[in-house]
Design a protein around this ligand. Structure first.
Ligand code: ADP
Ligand code: MG
Length: 337
């Protein structure tokens, strides 16, 4: 059994009679200790999906369908109390903007110690010591002194290190990192990715790394899930996707990265005409068809989705369904909601 299984996830906005799906039919799984990348342009539903895993989709958004199973339990059916315990011990989350989860009015060491005290039941004194140790562990120089800093007194990279300390303090089995390095300069980005990789290995954690940057994903992940317009359009081992991308959207994403080497972040703009779909704009056919250079009539009529538990490399494209020799994907005709 996988550590995490997201199945047929649908997240809606809008009114109950005129719902607009921002995420639809999304499914993937993560094994214990595995690093999975979630990639797609801005607006493709990556953050909503990762928030749903934490049970954090908030009004006006709502999970309208699907299940999220962590170690045999459906996160979507947890009571508020179970959810709090789940977030405290089993899953950690890092956001793009560390300010969103650090309080500006408390010293970072005190915040970290309080989290440790509440979540791990340490005494105040032990929690204070553990906080300094954790700051040291995540590479904060002079951690004793830095523990007395307020968040605004730290650099962006140091704040993200503090967030990593928070998110990994309880040694969760899964870490969700939503664009953790997007706001950082290239050098700091490399250091933070290296720290994440190290923490992941040392703690044996699984990780879902969300990024719009294929370079970051290629460097860090075992497997990748490609999202477009709230759907998963392709998934597979990183090497398969990199060497033989199937979905036209994945091909376009890859074409925007000149060469993928560790430490290399040279980028070209995404070679895609047109705009990503508006919320609820696609009602029929392939979500990518309006921007796809290979699209033909059928693509606007036949809805594509990935097999729930099929081959490792799958593509939701009529023209290039999956990697060589693998079976055809099931087609759902129509798809009018
Ligand atoms: N609070 C909100 N109200 C209305 N629509 C939203 C809200 N949050 C997200 N969405 C919709 O969901 C889409 C996906 O959002 P998100 O998961 O944040 O994308 P990503 O992280 O891939 O950039 C957005 O493009 C937007 O249309
Ligand atoms: Mg996002």
């Amino acid at each position: 059994m996988s550590l995490l299984t997201v199945d047929n996830l649908r997240i809606e906005f809008g009114s109950a009679d005129a719902p607009l799906a921002a995420v639809d039919k999304v499914g993937f799984s993560i094994e214990a200790g595995e690093v999975v990348g979630l990639i797609g342009e801005s607006g493709s539903g990556k953050s909503l999906t990762s928030r749903a895993i934490m049970g954090l989709v908030s009004y006006p958004g709502r999970v309208a369908d699907g299940s999220i199973t962590f170690d045999g339990r459906n996160v979507l059916e947890m009571s508020p109390k179970e959810l709090r315990a789940f977030r405290a011990r089993e899953v950690g989350m890092i956001f793009q903007d560390p300010f969103s989860s650090l309080s500006p009015v408390y010293r970072v060491g005190a915040q970290l110690a309080e989290t440790l005290r509440v979540n791990s039941g340490l005494s105040r004194r032990a929690a204070k010591e553990a906080a300094v140790e954790l700051l040291d562990r995540v590479g904060i120089p002079d951690p004793e002194r830095r523990a007395r800093s307020y968040p605004h007194e730290l650099s962006g990279g140091q704040r993200q290190r503090v967030m990593i300390a928070f998110a990994t303090a309880a040694k969760p089995r899964l870490l969700l990192a939503d664009e953790p390095t997007t706001a950082l300069d290239v050098t700091t980005q490399e250091q933070i990715l290296a720290l994440l990789a190290e923490m992941q290995r040392d703690n044996g954690m699984a990780m879902l790394l969300v990024s719009h940057d294929f370079g970051v994903i290629a460097q860090m992940c075992d497997r990748v899930v490609v999202m477009y317009g709230g759907r998963v359009v392709e998934t597979g081992p990183i090497a398969d996707i990199y060497e033989s991308p199937k979905h036209p959207y994945t091909k376009a994403l890859l074409a925007s990265v000149p060469h993928l080497e560790v430490g290399d972040r040279g980028r070209r703009p995404l070679v895609l005409a047109g705009q990503p779909p508006q919320l609820g704009a696609i009602r029929e056919g392939c979500v990518f068809a309006p921007r796809c250079s290979q699209a033909h009539d059928e693509c606007t009529r036949v809805e594509m989705s990935l097999e729930p538990s099929g081959a490792a490399h799958q593509s939701a494209c009529l023209l290039e369904p999956a990697s060589a020799g693998r079976k055809q994907l099931p087609l759902t005709v129509g798809g009018v909601k």
